[in-house]
Each structure stands twice: as structure tokens, then as C-alpha cells.
Design a binder for this molecule. Structure first.
Ligand code: FUB
Length: 449
């Protein structure tokens, strides 16, 4: 893997460490930023992807894992390759556009699921693909709703398909066109017109992301062949003509031969989501989502955005005096997350040597007196140390975790805060116990005064 150039204790990228995540699609709803991602399987040798995952944040550094409420099983017609997807909201409903292998046509097809909440549960909106012509080109749908209410969908590798959606968001209005690619509009001619021996400015490959900022329309896409960089085209109208504008994220050694971006404004800042192969054991089929903050240039063009390990700064503090799901994490080492119908998502695979960091926690001017945690352990349990500011920073509580008789047999345990803590700190949950074995599972925590 490409080594992380800064200590994981300072890193904020990749933003999820419990699972490999890919193809990020950000969406803002009700003061929260959600990202919808693909999921590369551990030890995969291809994009054998089974489901999509959902994460959310209010502060850009602490991300809550909402699990996978949409998967290949959501679509009776799909049987493989849960590739790039995007969720958009319209009139209080959340439409999740996916691509997957169709057992009806034996090609890739576009589908749409719908939910009443941004985190699902999602169900197939039409019980069949939205577009399925048996071609492998039908991947990476992106949906954009213009200010006048007209929704557009685009997708494709290597042709860029484009269509209008009806107001119901689950049917296509009119024909599906192939956007004509020229050197002027996308850096090179459409795939069939490209000549082998010509070196073009650029080539559209896949992963389109359509957006609008200050009245200008953007088509952002993975480009250049393998390895991919991110390029973009701009237009004054949603249907073009497009003008090729260059690289938004130039090629860098990120240990992933694909890249895939999603761009969004949140609380006055602009963010660029993409993926790399930078988690331990990461690579081309073990990718991870990352994010950078950027400012559009005065003329609306992108600056060149570089992939960093540091990522973005927090834009809000974190309140520890409420039940916080243990799967809300700024950075972690070693642990995984698991779903349970009753408890929801919890943190699993906790070993001695692992840790979980929550950033920018505001204890206020009066120290808490206690912390309560919900844990479960079939056998041995262990200890959960709470440190501030670094793994070896001051320990403010040392919680003995007993065996509870089952890995999902939850018990709430209260522990005193042994050193006063006020103001803003990073909090580290540091499990201790016998080496080399699973110690306990962790569902939630809460400080109290
Ligand atoms: O994640 C599977 C595929 O890899 C996506 O659909 C492409 O955009 C590329 O990232």
C-alpha cells in the first residue's frame, strides 16, 4: 500500500477505517451531510461489491456509520456488482440511483430505490431496472435537480448517457442521449471516433457527477484511462454545450487505479469527495473514501485539488452529554462495525492495541462526573480506557468490562471520571485486555455531569 505520509493519529483521511468504501456521493439534508458509498470486500480481487453503505456528519470529522440499508437484495433483478450510486431528495422522499449487473439482460443496468429517510430502509421504486439495454456501459448514475425542478440523470463508461427524469423521479422523460464528446467539450472525441495513435488533451472514462454552483453547470468525471484522474467540463446550460476545463484532481499516487468524485457545498464550505487505496491492505480493489475542502476560483473554475492524509478541519464541536453511537468515529484502528436489528450498528472486533478517536469534543466549563457505556462480551471482557488528546494522553476513566454472556448481550456500565476535564478535547477510547483475541463489542457512550 502507499504508506500514509502522516501519523494516523493526525490523519482524517480516509474518512472511514472500519470498512473499505468507494465511489462517494454526498448529499446534504437538514443540517447533516450524508455520503452514500460502495463497499469493496476485504481481500477482493475484483469489484465484487454487494451493497452500498451510508455515513453522516454534522462537523465534517466525526462520521456516523448507518450500515447498509440498500443492497443487491433490494433489487430482485440484480445479482452482482453493486457499483457507484447516488441519493437525491425530492419532496421528502429519498431516491437512490444505482447500477448493478442485471440478470434480465446480462449487462449492467440502472435502478432506483426509494425511502422516507436518508438512511433508509430503501425499497426498489419500480420493481425493474430504470434503464437496461444489456450493455456493460450502464454504470455510475448521477442525478441533478435544477432550480426550476427539472431533474437530469447521466451515467456511463465510456459513453456519457444523458436523459431527463420525470417529476416522479422514477421514470425517464424522452430519449436517453449519448452526449457528444469532442476535444473542445471533454478533451477528446467520443469513444468510437478516438484514434489510437493520437494523444488527446484528456478522455472521459466514467463516474460523472453533475452539479451547479453560482449559476454554472459542472460535469466532473474520472478521466484519462487507468490510472484515473478527475477532470471536468463546464456549461451555462444543463444540457450543454460543455467546455473541457482541465483537471480538478490531477493524478497522484493514491494506491488506487480508479478515482470517483462527488462535490458539494455544506455550511458555507465546498467539499470534494474521492477515493484512494490508502487504508492498510488497501489497493485498487480495496478503496477508501476521502474528502478535501476547496474554494472555487473567482471565474468558477476548480483549483487543482490534491489528495491529502490530513483531510478537512472540523466545522463544529461535538456534544458528549447525549447518547453517542460508538460507530461515530473521527479515526480508528483495528475495529469493524456490525448491524443488529434491535441495537442498530455497533463496533465489533475490538482487540488490545485498537483505538477509536472522536474529535473536537466540547466538555464545557464544568467537568463531567461519569461516563456510561453499553458493551457486550461473550467471554473475557477487558478494560476500556478513556484518554484525552492522544492515546497516551491523560486517562480520565478506566472502565472494567465484564463478560456479559454473549457478543450481543448488552450491559450498561457507569464509571467515574477520575480527572477533571473541561473545554474542547479529542477523546480516545482505548481497549485493553488479553492479547490477540476479541475483547468486547461497544454500542454507545454518554458523559454526564
Ligand atoms: O466501484 C466500482 C467502479 O469502479 C465504479 O462504478 C467506477 O466508477 C469505479 O470507481
Amino acid at each position: 500500500m502507499a504508506a500514509m505520509s502522516c501519523s494516523p493519529l493526525l490523519a482524517q483521511n480516509p474518512i472511514v477505517q472500519t470498512w473499505y468504501t468507494t465511489d462517494p456521493a454526498p448529499m446534504v439534508h437538514d443540517g447533516t451531510l450524508y455520503i452514500y458509498t460502495g463497499h469493496d470486500e476485504d481481500n477482493a480481487d475484483f469489484f465484487w461489491m454487494q451493497e452500498w453503505r451510508i455515513y453522516s456528519t454534522k462537523d465534517m470529522v466525526n462520521w456516523t456509520d448507518h450500515g447498509s440499508t440498500v443492497a443487491l437484495e433490494t433489487f430482485s433483478w440484480a445479482d452482482d456488482r453493486a457499483w457507484a450510486a447516488q441519493c437525491v431528495e425530492r419532496n421528502g422522499k429519498f431516491y437512490f440511483y444505482i447500477c448493478a449487473h442485471s440478470k434480465l439482460s446480462n449487462g449492467m443496468a440502472i435502478g432506483v430505490a426509494v425511502a422516507d429517510s436518508p438512511t433508509g430502509p430503501f425499497k426498489d421504486a419500480i420493481g425493474k431496472p430504470l434503464f437496461d439495454d444489456g450493455e456493460w456501459a450502464n454504470i455510475d448514475p448521477s442525478v441533478f435537480i435544477d432550480d426550476d425542478g427539472q431533474a437530469y440523470i447521466c451515467w456511463g463508461n465510456p459513453d456519457l448517457h444523458f436523459a431527463k427524469l420525470n417529476k416522479d423521479m422514477i421514470s425517464i422523460n424522452g430519449d436517453v442521449k449519448h452526449i457528444e464528446q469532442t476535444e473542445e467539450s471533454f478533451g477528446s472525441p467520443s469513444p468510437k471516433e478516438r484514434k489510437k495513435d493520437v494523444k488527446y488533451k484528456d478522455t472521459y472514462v466514467e463516474g460523472p457527477w453533475m452539479s451547479k454552483h453560482n449559476g454554472k453547470y459542472y460535469m466532473i468525471y474520472a478521466a484519462g484511462g487507468i490510472p484515473e484522474h478527475i477532470a471536468y467540463s463546464m456549461s451555462d446550460k444543463p444540457e450543454g454545450p460543455w467546455k473541457y476545463m482541465g483537471h480538478a484532481m490531477p493524478l497522484q499516487d493514491t494506491n488506487s487505479f480508479t478515482n470517483h468524485s462527488g462535490v458539494i457545498d455544506f455550511k458555507g464550505n465546498s467539499y470534494f469527495f474521492y477515493h484512494t487505496g490508502k487504508l492498510p491492505k488497501g489497493g485498487g480493489f480495496a478503496r477508501s473514501v476521502a474528502v478535501e475542502q476547496f474554494k472555487y476560483n473567482a471565474d468558477g473554475t476548480f483549483p487543482e485539488i490534491k489528495a491529502t492524509d490530513e483531510g478537512v478541519a472540523p466545522i463544529a464541536t461535538f456534544n458528549p452529554y447525549r447518547r453517542v453511537e460508538a460507530e461515530t468515529i473521527a479515526f480508528s484502528k483495528g475495529v469493524k462495525s456490525e448491524p443488529n436489528e434491535k441495537t442498530g450498528i455497533y463496533i465489533s472486533e475490538i482487540h488490545d492495541g485498537d483505538w477509536i478517536k472522536v474529535r473536537n469534543v466540547d466538555f464545557g466549563s464544568q467537568s463531567p462526573k461519569q461516563i456510561e457505556v453499553a458493551i457486550a462480551s461473550a467471554l473475557r471482557g477487558g478494560r476500556l480506557e478513556i484518554h484525552i488528546d492522544s492515546i497516551k494522553g491523560e486517562m480520565i476513566s478506566n472502565i472494567t468490562i465484564p463478560g456479559t454472556g454473549g457478543w450481543e448481550n448488552w450491559k450498561n456500565i457507569k464509571s467515574n471520571i477520575s480527572k477533571d476535564v473541561t473545554g474542547i478535547h479529542d477523546v480516545y477510547f482505548v481497549p485493553k485486555g488479553r492479547k490477540g483475541c476479541k475483547l468486547f463489542n461497544f454500542d454507545w457512550w454518554k458523559f454526564s455531569k
